[in-house]
Design a protein around this ligand. Structure first.
Ligand code: GDP
Length: 437
């Protein structure tokens, strides 16, 4: 256990003013600080209603106090949570009182979570899951983050890492005592059979990484089509607010606009792009270049065409969902659309949302919520998988070289949970939190 000499505090609840404000304090000095603020300490983990006073005996507020003695707390240190009325002056008064104590200071962003990690209360995957849970906006984001923060994903990686360690131990035994009767003769047989099984399990799991990343970061949908096709109007209609400027002047959307939607509990990132056509105008050309780049990265392209316009020779990109717009106007275009909408009349929009939901679910169908959610996980899993596969190749290299491959595979797994050296990653991971977490 890492011992910090300073005790930290922060407002852990949302912005004031609010009904309640929760101030969290963590560190060695929590009992003495509490004693000064409220007198006798409440029984561990039981709420007690107390007056909170300055050292001069003036009442700051009355509220519920919770005390969690180390090591049974979020951080593993002594922790107190003070529930005050959520007024700005109330919170300020308590914070002003707290800073007077020696060795007591405001927590840095993510510092509570970092202490929890250092004290073995959370591993790295759980820390990331916690950051995601706090940031979750949609039901699917919440579910995947909860699974991760509660250790579901960690237990998979720990289980695999343990199997790799066991395989290495068996190989070591064979190398150390090649002729011993006690050590099963062909250790390799069972070791390599299990490594083969592990390769399949890791590969299946890794295939779900795309799904996990889409659930966490959003399903990217790009609206594309000719100028004036009705792209911006469609974006506004799906967003239910005016995000994009709508005019009948072609080429108004030059940069990329983005809005978040929630479709069937999934986060969808919707992008409006510059109209695709030939132009010499420099800014517009840059907009079109960006639009094409974004279309290439999209999970789904909504290719929109004005049904009242002359049919154009333009081709919708492969796999795009073809949407006819301005369905309220007389139809000239003979193209086949999967759907026709009118943002003016408000028709076809529900059907479009449903169709987007279907496309989303053909691409994103998680078999479990314990799946990788970040490039960091994916990269380490891929490296681990490569090392596992390497250990199976060219057995004639000898057991010690193959065992070295297994060591690498195990280290990569350990890096995901933070069992293995990750010092360089910590600032990045904890930097995601804001103060109070
Ligand atoms: P963008 O250039 O593709 O983004 O197209 P806009 O959304 O800016 O729309 C271009 C023009 O078409 C504007 O004058 C809109 O008012 C008009 N428009 C957009 N959607 C509809 C629709 O559903 N029906 C009708 N009648 N006009 C529309």
């Amino acid at each position: 256990m890492l011992r910090h000499t300073d005790t930290i505090f922060a407002l852990s609840s949302g912005a004031v003013p609010a009904g309640l404000a929760v101030i969290r304090i963590s560190g060695e000095d929590v009992p003495s600080v509490l004693a000064s603020l409220i007198g006798e300490l409440p029984p561990p983990r039981q709420a007690a209603l107390r007056s909170i006073r300055t050292r001069n005996g003036l009442t700051i507020d009355t509220g519920l106090i919770l005390f969690f003695p180390a090591p049974n707390s979020f951080t593993g240190e002594n922790v107190a949570e003070l529930q005050l009325h959520g007024g700005r002056a109330v919170v300020n008064a308590l914070q002003n009182e707290l800073v007077i104590f020696q060795k007591l200071r405001q927590a840095l962003p993510g510092e509570f979570a970092r202490r929890a990690y250092e004290n073995g209360k959370l591993d790295l995957i759980e820390v990331e899951g916690l950051a995601d849970l706090i940031a979750a906006e949609t039901e699917m984001q919440r579910r995947i983050a909860l699974e991760q923060s509660a250790g579901g994903l960690s237990s998979i990686y720990n289980g695999w890492a343990d199997r790799v360690t066991r395989a290495r131990a068996l190989i070591e035994a064979e190398l150390d005592f090649p002729d011993e009767e006690d050590v099963p003769g062909s250790v390799s047989d069972q070791v390599w059979v299990d490594v083969e099984r592990l390769v399949r399990e890791v590969a299946d799991h890794l295939e779900q990484a795309g799904t996990g990343e889409i659930i966490r970061d959003g399903f990217k949908i790009v609206i594309a089509g000719r100028p004036n096709a009705g792209k911006s109007s469609l974006m506004n209609a799906l967003a239910l607010r005016d995000v994009a400027i709508v005019t009948d002047i072609a080429g108004t959307t030059r940069d990329i606009l983005q809005v978040d939607l929630n479709i069937d509990g999934y986060l969808v990132k919707l992008y409006d792009t510059a109209g695709l056509h030939d132009t010499d105008e420099v800014v517009e050309r840059e907009g079109i270049r960006r639009a094409r780049k974004l279309m290439a990265e999209a999970d789904l392209v909504l290719y929109v065409e004005d049904v009242s316009a002359e049919p154009s020779a333009d081709q919708a990109p492969d796999g795009a969902l073809r949407v006819g717009t301005k369905g309220d106007l007389r139809r000239r275009s003979k193209s086949n659309y999967e759907l026709v909408v009118s943002t003016t009349a408000g028709t076809g929009l529900e059907a479009l949302r449903a169709l987007i939901g279907q496309h989303l679910k053909t691409k994103v169908h998680p078999q479990s919520m314990a799946i990788p959610t970040r490039a960091r996980h994916r990269d380490a899993l891929a490296a681990s998988l490569a090392a596992l596969k390497a250990s199976l190749r060219a057995p004639e290299r000898g057991l010690d070289l193959r065992a070295e491959d297994l060591r690498i595979a195990g280290d990569e797994l350990g890096r995901i949970t933070g069992r293995v050296d990750v010092e360089n990653l910590l600032d990045v991971i904890f930097g995601e939190f804001c103060i109070g977490k």
